[in-house]
Design a protein. Structure first.
Length: 305
C-alpha cells in the first residue's frame, strides 16, 4: 500500500505515513499548504489505496450543514419520508478548503469526527467503519472570505500537516511524469480491503506503551503548558492523541512497542494545531519552532523494553 502511494504522490512519504497512522488509529488529518501543492491529489491517491467509499465535498460559504450530513425528504411515490445521507456517509471524506465554509457548516462535522455518527433530522446514523476525514485549507488566503476553524474542531484532528514545496529533484519528476494531462489518469493498484484496515487497526491497539513512555508523554504535555511563549498548551486529549500516534508510528516501523523516538516523530504534527502562542511570542516565533524547543527540552527515557 505504501509503495503504491509513493508512486502516485511524489515526495510526500512522511506525510503519507502520518495519514496511514491516522487511518489506523481512527483519526483525522488537516492538510495545509499553498494552492497547487497536491493536497487534493494526495487525498485521492490515499483513498484509492483501499476499496472503501470515498466522497469529496468542496466547501464554500453557501454549503449548508445538510449538504454534509444529509436530509430527510418526502417521496411522493412511496408516500413517506426517506433518509438521504450526505457525503459524510463514506469511509474517507475529503473536506476540501474547509475554512471556506461557515462555522455552522464546519460544526456539522464535529459529531462525525468525534463519535463516528451523524444526526439527520433527529435520527442518528452510524458512519462506516473505518471512517476518516481529510480536510484541506489554504493559509495564503486566510483573510479572504474564510472562517478559521475553532479550537474545539481543530482538536478533533489527530495531525495537522504543513506541506512545503518539493525538492528540485522531486519537482522535476512531477513535471516529467504528470504533464500533458497525465495527472488525470486513473488510480490503480488497490492493495487493501476494509477488512484489512480493520485488522491493522486492531493490531495497532496491541502495540505496547511502557509506563516510562506514558510518563514521558505527560511530561511533554505539561511542559507545553508551562512554556513562557505558550498561552494555551496541550490538553489531556492531546496527550492521548500523542500516545495513539506513537503507537501507529511504531506499528508502521514493524515494532510491537513504542520508543521515545516514536513520540518525538509525531509530537510536532500532533501539537501544531493545538498550541496557541502568546500575542508577543507569535510576532517573533513560529509555533513549530516552539514545539521543537519543548520536545528537545524534555528528557526522554533512556531505555524502555
Amino acid at each position: 500500500m505504501k509503495s503504491m502511494l509513493n508512486e502516485q504522490v511524489v515526495g510526500r512519504e512522511k506525510e503519507l505515513d502520518f495519514m496511514l497512522i491516522a487511518l489506523l488509529q481512527g483519526g483525522h488529518v488537516l492538510l495545509e499548504s499553498v494552492p497547487g501543492s497536491g493536497k487534493t491529489w494526495m487525498a485521492k491517491a490515499f483513498a484509492a489505496a483501499f476499496d472503501g467509499a470515498f466522497h469529496r465535498l468542496q466547501f464554500t460559504p453557501d454549503v449548508l450543514p445538510s449538504d454534509v450530513t444529509g436530509i430527510r425528504f418526502y417521496n411522493p411515490k412511496e408516500q413517506r419520508f426517506e433518509l438521504r445521507p450526505g457525503p459524510v456517509m463514506a469511509n474517507l471524506l475529503l473536506a476540501d478548503e474547509i475554512n471556506r465554509a461557515t462555522p455552522r457548516t464546519q460544526s456539522s462535522l464535529l459529531e462525525a469526527m468525534e463519535e463516528k455518527q451523524a444526526t439527520i433530522d433527529g435520527e442518528t446514523v452510524r458512519l462506516p467503519d473505518p471512517f476518516m476525514v481529510i480536510a484541506t485549507q489554504n493559509p495564503v488566503e486566510s483573510q479572504q472570505g474564510t472562517f478559521p476553524l475553532p479550537a474545539a474542531q481543530l482538536d478533533r484532528f489527530l495531525f495537522r500537516l504543513e506541506i512545503g514545496y518539493p525538492s528540485e529533484a522531486e519537482e522535476l519528476r512531477i513535471i516529467r511524469g504528470f504533464r500533458g494531462g497525465q495527472s488525470r489518469r486513473r488510480f490503480s493498484g488497490l492493495t487493501a480491503t476494509q477488512e484489512d484496515v480493520r485488522r491493522w487497526m486492531a493490531a495497532v491497539g496491541e502495540v505496547q506503551v511502557h509506563e516510562d513512555i506514558e510518563k514521558y508523554i505527560v511530561a511533554l504535555v505539561r511542559a507545553s503548558r508551562e512554556h513562557e511563549a505558550v498561552e494555551l498548551g496541550l490538553s489531556s486529549r492531546a496527550g492521548l492523541a500523542l500516545a495513539n500516534a506513537a503507537q501507529g508510528k511504531a506499528y508502521l516501523d514493524g515494532r510491537s512497542f513504542v520508543t521515545p523516538d516514536d513520540v518525538k516523530a509525531v509530537f510536532e504534527p500532533v501539537s501544531l494545531h493545538r498550541i496557541l502562542l502568546t500575542p508577543e511570542s507569535s510576532l517573533i516565533h513560529e509555533a513549530a519552532t516552539i514545539i521543537r524547543n519543548i520536545r528537545d527540552g524534555v528528557p526522554a527515557p533512556v531505555e524502555v523494553i
